[in-house]
Design a protein around this ligand. Sequence first.
Ligand SMILES: Cc1cc2nc3c(=O)[nH]c(=O)nc-3n(C[C@H](O)[C@H](O)[C@H](O)COP(=O)(O)OP(=O)(O)OC[C@H]3O[C@@H](n4cnc5c(N)ncnc54)[C@H](O)[C@@H]3O)c2cc1C
Length: 398
Amino acid sequence: MSSVADADRVADLARQVVADHDPKKVPTPEYLAACFDAGLSWVHFPEGLGGLGVSRGLQAEADRILQGAGGPIPLSLNPMGYGMAAPTIREHAQSDELKRSWLRPLASTEHIWCQLFSEPGAGSDLAGLATSAVRDGDEWVINGQKVWTSLAHRARWGLLLARSNPDVPKHKGLTYFVLDMHAPGVETRPLRQMTGQAEFNEVYITDARIPDAHRLGEVGNGWNVAMTTLMNERSALGGSGSRRGAGTISDAVALWASRPDLQTPVLRDRLAQLWLRSEAQRLTAERSRAAATVGGPGPEGSIGKLVGAELNQHIYQWCMDLLGPEGTLYHGYGMDVGEEDGADWRGPVQQRFLRSKANTIEGGTSEVMRNILGERILGLPGDLRADAGMPWKEIPRG
Ligand SMILES: Cc1cc2nc3c(=O)[nH]c(=O)nc-3n(C[C@H](O)[C@H](O)[C@H](O)COP(=O)(O)OP(=O)(O)OC[C@H]3O[C@@H](n4cnc5c(N)ncnc54)[C@H](O)[C@@H]3O)c2cc1C
C-alpha cells in the first residue's frame, strides 16, 4: 500500500474514533482503548497490538486529528507506559497473547507502568546494579532496592532490570523482567522532591516472585533489552510538540502575553531567542522522526534529550526573570500530583521552574548524553572504563 493510502487510512480511522467516542464526552480510558482497537496508539506497531503496521511518521497525522478533537496526550498520562514499556514489550515479550494483555490496558491508562532501573549505587553506571534475580523452577526470586522510581505508587506493572549472574562482566549478567507491583514482597515508599511533590519513590523488593513467562528477552541479555527502553525514553523526553510554538515555549509566550506590566525590551529579545531555539529543536526532532520511520530511535534521541532538557531550564529561568520577586511565591506545595486521572501535573510556573531542574538528570544526565554523542555519533575516544571485563562480583562497590 502506498504511503498516501496509508495516510488516508490513518486519517479516516482517527476521524471515525473521535466520531464514535468523543474524547470530550466519554471517559479517558474508554476513548484511549478505542484508539488502541483502531490501531492508533502506535501506528507502526502490528495490527492487533495497537498499531496498523504503517510508517511511524504517520503517528503525527493520527495525533493531529485525535488531539485536535480534544483527546488527551497519552504520553503525559502514562509516560513510562507509552514512552518505554510499549516499545520494549512489543519487541521482547514472549508471545503475542502476553503483548496484547499488557498493551491494551497500558494504552487505555487503566494500568500505569513504572521503570525499576536506578538503584542507590547505580544510576549513570546502570550496568553496575545489584538487585538479584535467582531462578527457582518456572519463577524468579527478586531481592534488592530501586530508587527514583517515578509513579511506582500508582503503577500496576514495572520494568525491572536485575542481576541474574554476578560471575560475568557487569553488562553480561543482567536479565529484564516485568514485575507485578502488587505482588507480595514489593514495597513502595514515596520520596518528596523540592517541588513538594512525591512523584517518585523508593521500591524495596524482598523475595518477590516473577513467572519466567514475564521475562523480556533472553537470560543474560537484559542490557540489550534495556537499550530498547532507554533509547525510547530519551526520544520521548527529548521530543518537543509537533506543532510550531507548542511545548514548553508556549508557557513562556502565554506568561509574556498575560503580563504586559512586566515586559521589557531585553526580556522580549531573550524570549525571541528561546522561541527560535525551540523551533530548531522541534524541527530536529521532526527530522529524526522522519528518518526513523521504521524500527526504534537510535543515539539521535540523545540529541533531543540533551538539548530539550537544557532548553526547558532556560525557558523557565526566563519565566522567573520576568516574574522577578513574584517568582518566589509558590503555593503548590502539596503531594497530590498525578493522583487523579487527567490531573495537570505541572502546577504553576514556579513549580515548573523547580521541576525543570530534574530534566538534566532524569533519563540519563547531560554529561552522560554528551558521552554517548561523543562516542557513538562523533566517534571520539571512549570514556574510561576501569572495570571492563571484570566479573561484576569483583568490582569494588561503595
Ligand atoms: C525526576 C527524576 C525521575 C526519575 N525517574 C526514574 C525512574 O522512573 N526510574 C529509574 O530507574 N530512574 C529514574 N531516575 C533516576 C535517573 O535515571 C538517575 O538519577 C540518573 O541516571 C543519574 O544517576 P544518579 O542519580 O545515580 O547520579 P550519578 O550517576 O551518581 O551521577 C552523579 C554525577 O556524576 C556525573 N557522572 C556520572 N558518570 C559520569 C561519566 N561517566 N562521565 C561524566 N559524568 C558522569 C553525572 O552526570 C552526575 O552529574 C529519575 C531521576 C529524576 C531526577
